[in-house]
Ligand binder design. Structure first.
Ligand code: ADP
Ligand code: MG
Length: 361
């Protein structure tokens, strides 16, 4: 009877049940203190397996607070027209144009029929004339002849040109510059140290994208792509068996954030992006991404150690309590000691989980 009670007591799988959740709870809590908000346990578990990190450009690698730095061939009235169109857009470019026109005290005009041209720009009617504003690709789409040498010069310096045009001709353009986040370069280097490949995704110009990717050290660039292509690229990598993390901030990143194995939103980003992602980095600090991956590794290691301890007490304790060693050594575990061992296994598991709190990321 003694050994029967002992077996019952020690075989109680409390520690086993505690092994995973305690480590996850401590891990998620530690993340929160570091400004890494983790939505669910599965996200934390998947993060340590990531092979590829996809990075959105604007607002993720860069601050996403661009400034209008140059005006070419546009008079104040035309800037007003451009600002009038941009006033209807949510794109960071629009904010840059509007900030500029406000500084210059240029009035907005009345317009009609605003429409955004996905991945390329916007259009609308002002004073009965249809205007377009957007990228070099939009100029090409409208089949307008225009010497793009000067435009290209800006792209080679990492700036984004926005041309204002009618159906007939390009009127002029402005150049928009966004600065690279201070932490981007180190974050990318740290990802590489962890053996993770980095890919930048953007709807922006190839030259502009390449310039920024090179500054930051990103492995690969996919530029001039439509929002839905971000999702397609992720699916492609996933079908090759890769575990893909996607970082982004914009409305158009949301589908990709949801598709990725781990979606990571910038806390400075749009609500839709944050909703679609499993992790949010407060302050949009992408160096926290590296910390999040390390946290995931530490937590997973914690779970494995916990499982070891939980099994260890059971594997040694059950035969001992059952009297398996009694005939040879005269060993028997009394229910009192079995109870202590069981409690001790839970204590080991919980205290091992708590160690995660104090580990350095
Ligand atoms: P991203 O978020 O990577 O910039 P988008 O698809 O939103 O991708 O935009 C792609 C490109 O389309 C921009 O780089 C810009 O050239 C052009 N574009 C988009 N929205 C606007 C806008 N409101 N005004 C001017 N150009 C725009
Ligand atoms: Mg963005």
């Amino acid at each position: 009877l003694v050994s029967f009670v002992g077996v019952l007591v020690i075989a109680c799988p409390c520690a086993l049940g505690l092994a995973t959740p305690t480590a996850i709870i401590v891990g998620v809590g530690k993340g929160a203190r570091e400004g890494i908000l983790i939505k669910d346990a599965a996200t934390l578990e998947k993060l340590h397996k990531v092979d590829i990190v996809m990075l959105d450009k604007t607002g993720t690698v860069t601050y996403g607070k661009p400034k209008l730095i140059n005006v070419s061939n546009l008079d104040n009235d035309q800037i007003s027209i451009l600002a009038t169109l941009e006033n209807k857009s949510e794109h960071p470019i629009a904010h840059a144009v509007l900030n500029y026109s406000k500084e210059k005290n240029l009035p907005l005009k009345t317009f009609s029929e605003f429409e955004s041209i996905k991945g390329k720009g916007i259009k609308g009617i002002v004073n009965g004339v249809e205007y377009f504003a957007g990228s070099i690709r939009l100029i090409e789409d409208l089949k307008l002849s225009f010497d793009t040498t000067e435009l290209n010069q800006f792209t080679l310096e990492g700036k984004t040109p926005v041309a204002l045009m009618t159906k007939e001709k390009v009127l002029g353009f402005v150049a928009i510059a966004d600065s690279i986040k201070e932490e981007s370069k180190k974050a990318v280097a740290d990802l590489h140290k962890l053996g993770i490949r980095t890919v930048m995704l953007t709807g922006d110009n190839k030259n502009t994208a390449n310039y920024i990717a090179k500054e930051v050290g990103i492995d690969e660039v996919m530029a001039e792509i439509l929002p839905e292509d971000k999702l397609v690229k992720i699916k492609e990598f996933q079908s090759q068996g890769k575990v893909v993390a996607m970082t982004g901030d914009g409305v158009n990143d949301a589908p990709a954030l949801a598709q990725a194995d781990v979606g990571i939103a910038m806390g400075t980003g749009t609500d839709v992006a944050i909703e679609s992602a499993g992790i949010t980095l407060l302050g949009g600090d992408i160096s926290k991404l590296v910390k999040a991956i390390k946290l995931s590794k530490i937590t997973m290691r914690g779970i494995k150690q916990n499982l070891f301890w939980a099994f260890f007490y059971n594997i040694v304790g059950i035969p001992l309590a059952a009297g398996a060693f009694y005939p040879f050594f005269g060993w028997l575990l009394s229910p009192v000691f079995a109870g202590m061992a069981m409690a001790l296994s839970s204590v080991s598991v919980v205290s091992n989980s708590l160690r995660i709190r104090s580990m350095k990321l």
